[in-house]
Design a protein around this ligand. Structure first.
Ligand code: ASP
Length: 357
């Protein structure tokens, strides 16, 4: 009898122990599954419409509302794509298309004018999963330069095409070329005339040309850009611009330069820049942010701050970036008075900003 009792006790202990283990392993599996699910559901998108001397006192309520509603419209397009399982690259390019088609921004329709009163557009994209990239510079007849940058990445053996050659490539790939007059807007044309008048006044005054400093320091940049993280953990970034008002000699800025205007790497983050391109090229802004994360172990916010608040101003440049990292953290860092910007996370929370908060 005693023996039986002991045996029963042993069985009870064994059964309850293995049950406990089972419950724990079930709990564990459930936890891992929900973490994976959470990870897979994590996505986000961030955009900019340019940084510069954007002051509340110079902005009418209706213009401010127009910017905000266009930023919202654009980011929601990309967010929807991501929500429905689309790729980060698709979200980036489709979001940028909305801003390229709006005369509010210095990209596509609404691009700034060159000294010769033409519009020369630059754009680039980068895929963080493959580190593949595409760019175009100095195109004059491409309605949506970001689409051509994507085409260069996907369907050419090159990374960057420029000017007429890029347009021959576009035609071969079935792109419709628009008349250069498509890009004309009165506002941008008047800006050019104002800058030329000031330039002339400077010339008359002391015989030196002030092409760069005072005018650029004062100007709003207006380039557009986007960075996104999709549900598969892939990052992508893109940037599109008309460059800087009164640019000459086929000047190319940072926007189509991989590593300066655009960078994406699944190991770190995706970045799009806006600002005084010459400095952003010299500081390799977008890549530097990624490198600080990769080599120095900085967080995205720390890296963005170091580059935008320390390194670029130390050279004498200004501007900003938007960026998202592989975990969905976002940075919208700028050292100018303002930057048109918006961010949306996986929960659909929307943040829109123009000025310094
Ligand atoms: N970064 C652009 C350029 O230098 C200008 C801008 O951001 O608006 O061409």
């Amino acid at each position: 009898m005693k023996k039986i009792q002991i045996l029963t006790l042993l069985i009870v202990i064994f059964v309850s122990f293995s049950c406990k283990n089972d419950t724990e392993s079930v709990k564990k599996v459930t936890k891992v599954a929900s973490e994976t699910e959470q990870k897979l559901e994590n996505f986000g998108i961030v955009i900019h419409g340019g940084a510069g001397t954007i002051l509340k006192k110079n902005m009418s309520d209706s213009l401010e509302a127009a910017y905000k509603s266009k930023l919202e419209e654009a980011i929601k397009v990309g967010h929807n794509i991501l929500k429905n399982g689309g790729t980060a690259m698709e979200a980036v390019t489709k979001t940028i298309n909305i801003m390229e088609d709006s005369p509010l921004f210095n990209a596509g329709k609404g691009a700034v004018f060159t000294h010769e009163e033409t519009n020369e557009l630059d754009a680039s994209v980068m895929d963080g999963a493959t580190l593949n990239a595409g760019a175009v510079s100095g195109v004059t007849q491409i309605k949506n330069p970001i689409d051509l940058a994507l085409e260069v990445m996907n369907n050419s053996p090159h990374v960057m095409l420029s000017g007429k050659g890029a347009e021959v490539f576009a035609k071969e790939k079935g792109f419709e070329l628009v008349d250069p007059s498509y890009f004309y807007t009165e506002k941008r044309f008047k800006s050019l005339q104002r800058i030329k008048d000031r330039e002339k006044a400077e010339l008359d005054h002391d015989g030196t040309t002030a092409f760069i400093d005072p005018f650029i320091k004062d100007s709003k940049f207006g380039t557009v850009g986007c960075a996104a993280l999709d549900k598969n953990g892939n990052l992508a970034a893109g940037t599109s611009t008309g460059g800087m008002t009164n640019k000459r000699w086929n000047r190319i800025g940072d926007a189509p330069i991989i590593g300066a205007g655009t960078y994406a790497n699944n190991a770190t983050c995706a970045v799009s820049s806006t600002g005084w391109g010459e400095y952003f090229i010299r500081a390799m802004v977008a890549h530097d942010i990624s490198a600080l994360m990769e080599y120095k172990g900085l967080s995205l916010q720390e890296a963005a701050k170091e580059v935008i608040q320390e390194k670029v101003p130390a050279l004498g440049g200004d501007g900003g970036i938007v960026s998202i990292d592989k975990d969905g953290n976002v940075a919208m860092e700028f050292n100018t008075a303002g930057m048109y910007r918006a961010h949306m996370n996986a929960e659909g929370e929307l943040v829109i900003g123009i000025y310094k908060e």
